[in-house]
Design a protein around this ligand. Structure first.
Ligand code: NAP
Length: 262
């Protein structure tokens, strides 16, 4: 199926690895030109930038001006934007419980998970509106709907993303801009599985192993496994293109059946 992405310009945040990198790969494979931002470009994104129409940029999207700089770079290089994928995010399991989570902790999670998307959307939206068409896809989390004290600040920020995207979809839908969220359950990326990621952090606190923690998370879903980044990216790319032209204000869960309710 042609997703009609050829010639479109996309901005992807948090794009050097994991879901963001998979989204960049999928968009480029569909013929889009991609401007990809992360703090460190890394080997895989750098290699992609050599072989595909991908421009990789190093910047911190948790700063007040980082999101606008990424958008400005895309506009300067390619004359406009058709697609924004708000993917950047981070999590730190709060193994010490709610009372151990400081204001600074809350603000850190709030900034990278919610404000980065708000600021990037604010910077990109005028360019999408100028073209009278566009799609903004924001990567939230199953934790937006599955509140968990272990990720209390992250979950609240992700729930905020669902509300933000839905609200703005009402303001801009009549002007050709669609806004949707994708909410993954556990995905096999560094966020969960690398040293210092969710599995090792919880394992250290619980006196267990990262493999056991990951197996427990996988076993909580119906399919019994983590999603792969490319499985999340496939949905993001579908929502980015105009095949999904009458889909807006919606949230799509990719969690192997983890969320047990309708
Ligand atoms: N993996 C999961 O199980 C899961 C589940 C639900 C939702 N999600 C969401 O999916 C999104 C992607 O997660 P992932 O698992 O792919 O994470 P990941 O493997 O940790 O990748 C995160 C990406 O964001 C970049 N990044 C982080 N902080 C940044 C900052 N301040 N400025 C610029 N770039 C930054 C990282 O590169 P640098 O470190 O070089 O900056 C990296 O490219 C996040 O929003 C996450 O909350 C993930």
């Amino acid at each position: 199926m042609d997703l009609h992405l050829s010639g479109k310009v996309a901005v992807v945040t948090g794009a050097s690895r994991g879901i963001g990198l998979a989204v960049v790969q999928a968009l480029a494979a569909e013929g889009a030109t991609v401007v990809a931002g992360a703090r460190h470009v890394g080997d895989e994104l750098a290699a992609l930038a050599h072989t595909a129409p991908v421009r990789a940029t190093e910047l911190d999207l948790s700063t007040a001006d980082g999101p606008a700089r990424l958008v400005a770079e895309a506009v300067a290089a390619f004359g406009g934007i058709d697609i924004l994928v708000n993917n950047v995010g981070a999590v730190r399991p709060r193994t010490g419980g709610f009372l151990s989570v400081s204001d600074e902790d809350w603000l850190t999670m709030w900034t990278v998970n919610l404000m980065a998307a708000v600021r990037t959307t604010r910077a990109a939206l005028p360019h999408l509106l100028r073209r009278g068409a566009g799609s903004i896809v924001t990567v939230a989390s199953a934790n937006a709907r599955l509140p968990d004290p272990m990720v209390i600040d992250y979950g609240a920020a992700k729930a905020g993303l669902l509300n933000f995207s839905k609200a703005l979809s009402k303001e801009v839908g009549g002007r050709g801009i669609r806004m949707n969220t994708v909410s993954p359950g556990p995905v096999s990326t560094a966020l969960w599985l690398a040293e210092g990621g969710v599995a090792t952090t919880i394992a250290e606190a619980a006196g267990s192993t990262a493999a056991d923690v990951a197996a427990g998370a996988a076993g909580a879903s119906v399919t019994g496994r983590f999603s792969r980044p490319d499985e999340v990216a496939a949905l993001v790319v579908y929502l980015a293109g105009d095949r999904s032209g009458n889909v807006t204000g919606a949230d799509f869960v990719v969690d192997g059946g983890l969320i047990a309710t309708l």
